[in-house]
Design a protein around this ligand. Structure first.
Ligand SMILES: Nc1nc2c(c(=O)[nH]1)N[C@H]1C(S)=C(S)[C@@H](COP(=O)(O)OP(=O)(O)OC[C@H]3O[C@@H](n4cnc5c(=O)[nH]c(N)nc54)[C@H](O)[C@@H]3O)O[C@H]1N2
Ligand SMILES: Nc1nc2c(c(=O)[nH]1)N[C@H]1C(S)=C(S)[C@@H](COP(=O)(O)OP(=O)(O)OC[C@H]3O[C@@H](n4cnc5c(=O)[nH]c(N)nc54)[C@H](O)[C@@H]3O)O[C@H]1N2
Ligand code: SF4
Ligand SMILES: [Mo]
Length: 705
């Protein structure tokens, strides 16, 4: 018998509502849910494929342990949960008992923010281990945003969101929402919302070294040399100030200092660095200032960037100085039914309370830059990482110099992965614990309602029965904490602390019920259960500042010291030689970071792994379209097909990230056939933003036959 259920897609930040048809407990169709007040029926090809993950024969359904045969070959042996959890706890506890708590390294990957259980119980477990060697995908992604929000507004997730549905001028740096459906801006159906923006006479202006899918539908696109946006953004700020176009609100301090700091970042200076004509910078700044409701937005391209923090600061200044912060059509804070920020569920963040052992890199919010993970594993001494726990992540493909990390993982005493695949990273684990997948678990989004372009709330009960004997991630996390605590030396204070954390025994769903009640928005779990498509809480609301600022004085800090101190480094940034090629990344609509390549539906058809290169650059090197070329950086080299493309700015080449599968021991049979190399075999762990975020934008490379 066919039934229809309301589901939710957790594959990207757009959190689209789904209508899922089931026959005898098997998914037979996935469509967008037109009744969803946020996603309005939108779905992309990944959402259609969401059940493929559940059905994938390569997906782990029971824990596995790695066994090494007599001649050194590796195989995976299925074991029961009890045995697997004991094995994992035993290995972690042995390392901690012998070498201290810093001996445990933890890496949290991206899917953690897409799982309710990981948000509630995963973070509790991780904090319970109290290791300074905690890393996550944050430092290859949005760390500069969090640092800037922490410094300017007093909380790492006090992130104003573009009011895309009402703005008349959307200024975009380094984002491709036509492919990504937005980030730190949950915007399902970006294409539809953009059509509406244009229909009401609004404009979208894009700065990107590639004429992307987003640039193509923009009213205006400008090429910008990778890694140089800070000059352009600061020049726009400088123009606003110099031409008297600013109208900042009253609740700001440090304005004079900020204005003074950017005085020498003129459009002419920016043109020399970035290739964007000074007159264009002036014109855009003026038009932006004149627009009735304008918003600046910068994402991955200017976040995974050597000056990511300066860029995000400049983006905030553009909104602030023009009076577009906290205003309809500008950037506003959301009013979620569960305010993870205001309630303190997520901490404000802190900076530089400790530093990484080997390179002395500062922590942020309890995490060290993942670019330092390899050296922390390989460098002997007190505090060396000997055991590693990875939670839904694939740092071998996703972090700079992944090849070196790949080798370093072999040197660990012990490794546990909570993951649903044997991938390029988890193939090094001694034991892998695979929890249930998205369709089998209840979901309420603690993160992305907070970042959405419209206020809505939605609770989605599990669509599929969990397989018999399967555990949810929160159950795995709770159990792992408990069993490890039991094995820790009774004299370690950590033991008591971890035991306390492990008492988090209420289910995530129960916690959501409590948090909703405490939130006082009038939205209850009962109401959400009665409205599975979601409850509409209306458009973003203006005039919430200064009330919601979380700095002690309730003022925005327009001139954080840390940022101003980084400007000299920016002034000294060398201009690359004219023949220097700079590598950037890219995302395709049918890719999902490094892990959906095992889905046939998403990988058939024209390959998309190629190095894109401007025909002029190809010609200058005597290369031909389609040839296999060698791309080399300071870190390594890869061989990959090159594709001529006018969409790339001359001097810039592009590879997508998350490719390079098929390594010995991994078990993703379809992905192993997908051609392509890992861009992160070229990226450089020494190239960092002041926040510690990896700088992927503009890695110097050579390309040869
Ligand atoms: N050069 C370059 N590198 C980049 C980027 C870039 O633009 N350029 N982008 C960066 C960004 S923004 C990000 S977010 C990171 C992502 O980096 P990671 O988070 O390290 O990598 P993912 O590919 O997202 O890996 C997700 C893993 O989680 C597993 N998984 C999926 N669903 C579940 C689940 O429900 N439960 C469990 N337990 N596991 C699950 C998958 O099997 C997969 O192994 O990559 C970064 N790396
Ligand atoms: N289809 C799909 N959707 C996704 C993901 C996915 O893997 N696939 N991943 C999700 C995740 S984890 C994230 S974080 C978001 C990211 O969401 P976005 O930031 O929108 O995605 P990207 O495609 O990485 O966009 C970065 C853009 O920056 C440009 N760029 C590179 N270097 C520079 C530079 O120096 N300056 C400027 N101005 N631009 C530069 C690139 O050409 C690219 O167009 O997407 C999410 N959505
Ligand atoms: S845009 Fe696609 S991947 Fe993202 S949530 Fe929607 S359906 Fe899922
Ligand atoms: Mo990301």
């Amino acid at each position: 018998m066919e039934t229809t259920r309301i589901g939710v897609c957790n594959l990207c930040e757009a959190i689209c509502g789904l209508r899922i048809t089931l026959e005898d407990g098997v998914v037979t169709g996935v469509r967008g849910n037109p009744d969803d007040p946020l996603s309005r029926g939108h779905i992309c090809p990944k959402g259609v494929a969401i059940a493929d993950v559940h059905a994938d024969p390569d997906r782990l359904r029971r824990p596995v342990r790695r066994v090494t045969g007599a001649s050194g070959e590796t195989s995976w042996q299925e074991i029961g949960w009890d045995e697997a959890l004991d094995l994992a706890a035993e290995g972690i506890a042995a390392s901690v008992n012998r070498h201290g708590r810093q001996a445990l390294g933890i890496y949290l990957g991206n899917p953690n923010v897409h799982s309710l259980g990981a948000m509630t119980h995963g973070t509790a477990m991780v904090r319970g281990f109290r290791t300074r060697n905690t890393f996550s995908a944050t430092s290859v992604d949005q760390l500069p945003h969090q640092l800037v929000a922490h410094l300017m507004y007093g909380h790492q997730l006090l992130l104003p969101v573009p009011d895309i549905d009402r703005t008349s001028y959307f200024l975009v740096f380094g984002a491709n929402p036509m492919a990504s459906n937005g980030s730190l801006m949950t915007v399902p159906d970006f294409p539809g919302r953009l059509r509406e923006l244009k229909a009401r006479g609004g404009r979208m202006v894009v700065f990107d070294p590639r004429r992307t899918e987003t640039a193509r539908v923009a009213t205006e696109h400008h090429f910008v040399r990778p890694g140089t946006d800070a000059h352009v953004l600061l020049a726009m700020v400088q123009v606003l100030v110099a031409e008297g176009l600013t109208r900042p609100p009253s609740y700001v301090e440090g304005l004079d200092a900020a204005v003074a700091a950017v005085a020498d970042f003129t459009p002419e200076h920016a043109e020399a660095a970035s290739g964007v004509p000074a007159e264009e910078i002036r014109r855009v700044a003026r038009e932006y200032a004149a627009a009735d409701g304008a918003v600046a937005y910068g994402r991955v391209g200017v976040s995974t960037h050597a000056f990511g923090t300066v860029c995000q600061w400049a983006v905030q200044l553009l909104n602030l100085l023009t009076g577009n912060l906290d205003r309809v059509g500008g950037a506003m804070l959301t009013s979620p039914a569960i305010d993870a920020v205001g309630t303190g569920l997520i901490g404000r963040g802190h900076h530089d309370l400790w530093r990484s052992r080997v390179r002395g890199l500062p922590e942020f919010a309890g995490e060290l830059p993942v670019a330092a993970l390899r050296e922390e594993i390989e460098t002997p001494g007190d505090g060396q990482v000997r055991a590693l726990l990875t939670l839904s992540g694939n740092p071998v493909l996703s972090t700079p110099d992944g090849a070196a990390l790949d080798r370093a993982l072999d040197g660990l005493d012990f490794m546990v992965a909570v993951d649903i695949y044997v991938n390029e990273t988890t193939r090094h684990a001694d034991v892998i614990l695979p929890p249930t997948t998205a369709l089998e678990r209840d979901h309420y989004d603690l993160v992305f309602h907070l970042l959405a372009v419209r206020n809505t709330a939605r609770f989605t009960p599990a669509v599929l029965e969990p397989a018999k004997g399967a555990l949810h991630d929160w159950q795995v996390y709770r159990e792992l904490a408990r069993r490890t605590a039991r094995r820790l030396d009774a004299r370690l204070p950590l033991r008591r602390r971890l035991t306390q954390r492990a008492r988090l025994s209420a289910s995530p769903t129960l916690l959501i019920g409590l948090l909703l009640r405490r939130g006082g928005s009038g939205v209850t779990l009962r109401r959400l259960r009665a409205n599975p498509s979601g409850v509409d809480l209306g458009p973003l609301r203006p005039d919430q500042l200064p009330g919601r600022l979380l700095r002690r004085d309730h003022l925005v800090d327009a001139a954080p010291e840390l940022v101003l101190a980084d400007l000299d480094r920016l002034r000294a940034q060398p201009t690359p030689a004219p023949d220097q090629l700079l590598l950037i990344g890219r995302r395709h609509q049918r890719d999902c970071n490094g892990w959906l390549h095992n889905a046939e539906r998403l990988t058939r058809g024209r390959p998309r792994h190629q190095l894109l290169m401007n025909p002029r650059d190809l010609g200058e090197r005597g290369l031909t379209d389609g040839a296999v070329v060698t791309v080399s950086s300071r870190i390594g080299s890869v061989q990959v097909e090159v594709q001529a493309s006018d969409d790339l700015m001359p001097g810039v080449v592009s590879l997508p990230h998350g490719y390079g599968h098929g390594r010995p021991g991994s078990r993703m049979s379809r992905a192993a056939e997908v051609p392509g190399v890992s861009i992160n075999d070229l990226t450089d762990p020494a190239m960092l933003d002041v926040s510690g975020n990896a700088a992927f934008s503009g890695v110097p490379v050579t390309v040869t036959a």
